[in-house]
Design a protein. Sequence first.
Length: 278
Amino acid sequence: MAATTTMFFAQWLWGFNAAIYIVYLYLSIAVTVIAHNHNHVPIWRGKKWNAATDYWLTLFYGFPSFAWIPTHNMNHHALNNREGDYTITYRLTEHNNLLMLLLYPTLSSYYQQKPIRDYLKRQWIEDRRYFWHCISQYVLLALWIAVAFVIDWKKALIFVVIPQQVGLFSVLIFNYVQHVHADEESQWNHSRNFIGFLNKMLFNNGFHTVHHEKAGMHWSKAAEAHAKIASNISPDLQQPGFWSFIVKSYFLGMVLPRYRTHSMRLARIAHQKQVTVS
C-alpha cells in the first residue's frame, strides 16, 4: 500500500518512466487482491483504520471497496458459480476461448450492479450510517478522478484511470479462469488453482479451492491449507502457472485441441442424463 501510494505521487510529480510504470501496474493488480482479502479478513483490528483502508482501496482499486460484500462475499461465495451467481462463467456459452475471456470482465461487471443496488437499498433501511459510508466511497472516487483530470488530464488518464482499469479487468479475469470449465457442484473440483509464482506476487490468490472452503481464513495460510486437500483436486485444476495456462488454453488451444480445457460441468450434466435414461 505504501509502495503504490509513493509510486503514484512520484510519477505524478516527476513524470513517466516505463520501468516504474510496469511495476506500478503490477501494484494496481495487487491492490485488487488486497481489496478482496480486506473484505474477507479486515486488515486492522480498529473500525476506523479499516474504514480508512476502505477509502484508500476505493481510490486505487477504482470502485467502491464495499461492493465486494454484496457481489463477492454474499453472492459468489454463497453460490460458487452456480445459477444465481452474478459472476457465472457460462452465462452466454459453455465454450472457453479467448473471446469469452476478454468479454467476461465487462459482462460480469454489468450483472454485478444489481446486487450492489439491492445491497444499498437494504442498508438505507437497516443501517443508515453504513449506507452513507458506502455512498461516500462513490463520492470520494468521483472527486479523486475529477480533480486529477482538472489538474492534468493526461496524467489522470495514465496514472489514475488506466491503472484502475487494469486492476479491475485483471481481478475479473482471475475469477473467470479460476472457475471456467470446473464443476460447481463438486466438493473439490469447483475451482481452478494456480500453484506457482503467482502466489508470491499476489498474496496466495492462486489457491482458490481452499479459499472457497474457508473464506474467512487469512491469505497467508492458504498454501498450507491447499497442501492438505490437493490430493482431492483433479490435476487438471492444479496449474503450475497462470501465464502458461493463458498461453496454452487461449492461444495454442486455437490450433491445438489438446491444449483446450474440457468442461467438467458439462461432463457431469451428461453423466446425470445418462444415469437418468438408464
